[in-house]
Write a protein that binds this ligand. Structure first.
Ligand SMILES: Nc1ncnc2c1ncn2[C@@H]1O[C@H](COP(=O)(O)OP(=O)(O)O)[C@@H](O)[C@H]1O
Ligand SMILES: [Mg+2]
Length: 300
């Protein structure tokens, strides 16, 4: 079953389409990286799923049911744009107000549960306004996790975080899916960060989904290459070209594409009088794949 299934979704603002016949499929249990440049329609799509905006047309299904179904709505948690927290209230009080709003019964237990998930058990008494950006984002996630949602929708939660903040966020998101069986839709333009956790990707451009791919397929499609340095780069380049075909000089290294056997390259060059001073295996990752995809579309 899919957690989210969207067909031909559209939303315009003053005659301009922010979301344009968009299709999206998010399997249950996925961490779905929703990727696109600023203004490509990520937040609008997420707001439509959350019912914060009314679509012009199209269909949104959550867990096989229409997205307006009350039974399914209560299982969706979201953090879009801001947390809605009161700055002068403590973390605990903010969570308590939200728990009351949601009509939760076991409020204390539930607040303790979500604080533990976002690793903030010891920060409950701090006023919201005194929290760091990373903490605020985690409180936003805690708010969204109240009531045990099956689907969590997060709009650029990694944006602006430092390296440590990003790492904690990644660990939390993996926990949410693996320990609690929640599906996560996470939008971002920081591709490298998503690459470490996403199980699926959707790439949006000008309101249209231009590519959906699983991390597994992305991995098998990713091109491998070996990069190396020698004294005589030009001589080595012609030799490598003759044997391996696709060779390019890039950022001071020779790149030999679709090969990952470094030993045979070193041996081959040595037999022909070239000593390799540096060599490593590489893979074209999500970032390069994305840039390639974007430039292809622009050429059309
Ligand atoms: N409430 C709104 N009124 C008018 N235009 C909007 C509104 N919300 C978004 N847009 C426009 O829709 C497009 C997509 O925006 P958005 O969904 O926020 O993109 P993203 O989240 O990918 O940066 C942009 O051109 C933006 O200016
Ligand atoms: Mg946005």
């Amino acid at each position: 079953m899919n957690a989210i299934e969207i067909r031909n979704l559209s939303k315009s603002f003053r005659g301009m389409y922010a979301v344009d016949n968009l299709n999206m499929t998010v399997p249950v249990g996925a961490i779905y990286g929703f990727i696109g440049e600023n203004g490509s329609g990520k937040s609008t799509t997420e707001k439509l799923i959350c019912g914060h905006l009314v679509p012009d047309g199209g269909e949104i299904k959550l867990f096989g049911r229409d997205y307006t179904d009350a039974g399914v709505r209560v299982r969706v948690g979201a953090l879009i744009e801001n947390t809605g927290c009161f700055p002068n209230s403590s973390v605990w009080d903010n969570l308590m107000m939200q728990a009351i709003n949601l009509g939760l019964e076991n409020r204390t237990e539930e607040i303790n549960r979500v604080l533990e998930i976002v690793r903030m058990e010891d920060s409950a008494k701090i006023k919201f306004k005194s929290c760091s950006l990373g903490m605020k984002q985690r409180i936003g996630i805690a708010m969204a996790l109240l009531g045990s949602p099956l689907l969590l929708i997060l709009d650029e939660p990694i944006n602006g975080l430092d390296t440590d903040g990003m790492r904690i966020m990644r660990e939390i998101l993996v926990d949410i899916t693996q320990k609690y069986g929640c599906t996560v839709l996470i939008s971002s333009h920081i591709l490298g960060e998503l690459e470490k956790i996403a199980t699926h990707y959707g790439i949006i451009r000008q309101g249209k989904m231009i590519c959906e791919i699983s991390a597994k397929d992305m991995d098998s499609r990713a091109q491998v290459f070996v990069s190396l340095k020698t004294k005589d780069m030009n001589g080595a380049k012609s030799l490598l070209k003759a044997k391996y075909g696709a060779v390019k000089e890039e950022e001071g290294y020779l790149r030999v594409y679709d090969v990952d056997d470094t030993e045979s390259i070193v041996e081959y060059l040595l037999q022909n009088g070239h000593v390799v001073s540096e060599i490593k295996k590489n893979k074209i990752g999500l970032e390069e794949y994305y840039i390639e995809l974007m430039s292809k579309k622009e050429d059309e």
